[in-house]
Design a protein around this ligand. Structure first.
Ligand code: T4K
Length: 402
């Protein structure tokens, strides 16, 4: 097989990209006939899912912690090696319920460089998100920055395992212990990823997953709180179901965070295909890694070779010697039907209502700005084949080589 940089890509049979002259942004048709998305769902065996869906329909039991949702929870507990999984209708509600169940109030320290739901979940619980800066290498919370943001009103830390790479769990636990803070993790990106050999899910007081369609592992929409704390598990189960303690007795102002049976059926099905999803993501990641390593001005965020990873995000970063700006690269890729994303630009602190609340928050977040201005997330997942990845690389190479 020809080395990557010598391959001619024919994704759209009428077009190849060998140099910047071939780019659609300069006129002409896109390399890809159909859009390549960041976030195309990984979907397990259709026949297996349809069989489960038929059983759900025949059972006439569709929701309210039904047998499929319960089976799904037990499978997640087994897979993650955690005592309790409380499945939810999505990751955002799971974050809100966890925030409330942990008794977080006042201020909670959180990265600004994350999906907006992390901050919004706190805000919806009338908790003020206080944005701390990240480490520019790991993209995760910088423990020193967390320390700087602690005030007498701080009650907790909400860390994020961004891109599925573990937050600095030991350092954050130390800070939490020192200051008597609650510690939870937004593990939305981290399903199937490990830290020192232990799958994410057991760190802090609890961890929260998103099983949204665009995640490595999905239940259409869904999420979960996972914890080893029996009392917290009981409390969050209560909160998930309106505060019903039993058939007709309500003991808490709960909400509705339940996962449907059909969503759980999707989850059970996709769990059976996790290894395949990882294998495809890893193949794509390796192709991107090799292809981008040959180019000037662009690097790929790497995943530890000694840990388990889901390789869900292909995170490229531009350096100053890349010939065009990050936004121009995105424009060029979009013209070729490669819908690359600038996650998580411009940082939560620059979005509303946070920007109006703290217009000067950016002064404490220099690394957040640097990283948010340089990142380009490229498509991957089971919807892409090798030729697609090579096609994306041919575009980036044409831009990099001018
Ligand atoms: N915390 C973190 C750190 C998160 O990343 C997220 C979610 C949450 C919390 C909240 O969890 P959930 O409440 O969502 O369970 C997407 C997702 O909607 C969002 O779930 C995710 N993070 C975020 C990182 O990405 P958008 O607005 O950037 O993209 P979206 O949803 O428009 O989808 C991207 C592309 O994927 C689409 O243009 C097309 C494709 N797509 C999408 C869907 C839904 C498909 O091909 N099929 C589909 O079914 O937010």
């Amino acid at each position: 097989m020809a080395p990557l940089d010598q391959m001619t890509v024919r994704v759209n049979s009428r077009k190849t990209v060998r140099s910047s002259h071939d780019l659609a942004v300069n006129g002409g048709e896109p390399l890809f006939a159909e859009p390549l998305h960041v976030g195309r769902p990984n979907i397990g065996n259709h026949a297996v899912f349809l069989d489960r869906a038929r059983q759900v329909l025949e059972s006439q039991w569709l929701s309210n912690n039904g047998p499929v949702a319960q089976a799904f929870e037990r499978e997640i507990e087994r897979f993650l090696g955690v005592k309790h999984c409380i499945a939810m209708c999505n990751g955002t509600i799971a974050l809100e319920i966890a925030t409330r169940a942990l008794g977080m109030s006042g201020e909670v320290i959180v990265p600004s460089y994350t999906f907006i739901a992390t901050a919004h979940a706190l805000q919806w619980q009338a908790v003020t998100p206080i944005f701390a800066d990240i480490d520019p290498v790991t993209h995760n919370l910088d423990p020193m920055a967390v320390r700087r943001m602690i005030t007498p009103r701080t009650t907790g830390i909400l860390g994020v395992h961004l891109w599925g790479r573990p937050a600095p769990v030991e350092a954050l636990q130390e800070i939490a212990n020192e200051h008597g803070l609650r510690l939870m993790y937004d593990a939305s990106h981290g399903f199937g990823c490990s830290h020192k050999g232990q799958l994410l899910g057991s760190f802090g007081d609890c961890e929260v997953f998103s099983f949204h369609a665009t995640k490595f592992f999905n239940t259409f929409e869904g999420g979960a709180i996972v914890t080893n704390d029996d009392a917290l598990a009981e409390k969050t189960r209560l909160m998930r179901n309106f505060g019903f303690a039993n058939y007709d007795q309500v003991i808490y102002p709960g909400t509705n965070g339940k996962l449907t049976e059909i969503a759980a059926a999707m989850g059970l099905t996709n769990l059976q295909d996790l290894d395949r999803f990882v294998a495809v993501n890893w193949r794509n990641y390796e192709l991107y890694r090799k292809g981008l390593s040959q180019l000037r001005g662009i690097t790929l965020l790497d995943y530890s070779e000694t840990e388990r990873n889901n390789y869900q995000y292909i995170v490229a970063q531009l350096t100053d010697d890349f010939p065009v700006s990050r936004d121009r690269l995105i424009e060029i890729l979009h013209a070729e039907n490669v819908l690359a994303r600038r996650y998580f630009w411009p940082g939560c602190h620059n979005m509303e209502p946070y920007h109006s609340f703290y217009p000067h928050a950016g002064l404490m977040l220099p690394n957040t700005k640097t990283v948010a201005d340089r990142v380009v997330v490229l498509p991957t997942g089971s919807a892409l084949n090798e030729g697609d990845v090579r096609g994306v690389l041919s575009i980036v190479r044409a831009v990099a080589e001018g």
